[in-house]
Design a binder for this molecule. Sequence first.
Ligand SMILES: [Zn+2]
Length: 280
Amino acid sequence: MENHIFDSHCHIQFPAYATDREAVIERAIDSGIKMIAVGTQKSTSIEAINLAKKYPNIIFATIGFHPNHLSENWHHDKNEQGENQKEVFNYQDFNKLAAEKEVIAIGECGLDYYRSSKDKILANTEQENQKEVFIQQIEIAEIARKPLMIHSRPSNKSSDAYLDSLDILKKTKFSLSVIFHFYVGGIEITQKLVEFGANFTFGGVITFSHDYDEVIRSIPIDRILIETDAPYVAPMSNRGKRNEPAFILETYKKIAELKGISYDEVIGIVGQNVKRIFNI
Ligand SMILES: [Zn+2]
């Protein structure tokens, strides 16, 4: 059986690729790459499903509501959505989308304390809102029997958002797989999450920063996935440019180097991880 290279978290449906999306996808396909297009609100979730329909068994979709979209000062990123696409989380809409067969996970959802408001009271309200919407998405994932693609990011030099996420996962008794995307935790919190059974994805940042080396060495290889988070954070050789799935090979090589195994072994093992976790 042929081994495929998986980009476990990218946003190939975003307007960042409006003018050349097909060419970008072709370049990925030519390199043997399959992609998980991750939704960040209703509009980008539906666009991810549409792409998965267009490229069956090459692109897979997730649907979710990103915690940063719950801030008082809604942050507009022109790479992510057009003007005036501010949304309010609607449980029923997402619950319906979750049942679509192209949808393999729920998220990105979670807790982002990194971009919390400076004002303490406002920050508290935002975090409470994030928790509430995270819990609702956990419920949707449980009903759909699909894993969770988690975006949680702690405030500076802290593990707060990871600890709160873990607490919520335990309290809700979530019974399926969880994946912490763009993982930035330290050794101690990583041990706790590994014990819980979590999986982790790493992106291009590990090719130009040594901050993640020790944590990656400490995580069992059967819990590791690899992502681009494209269009964001391109790996070293394209640093600062728009990222795309075809750039992911460099990050696979970096994981091979850190784990002391061959590039082919990483492709084989990570491919098996993706198939097991997302049931594809
Ligand atoms: Zn993302």
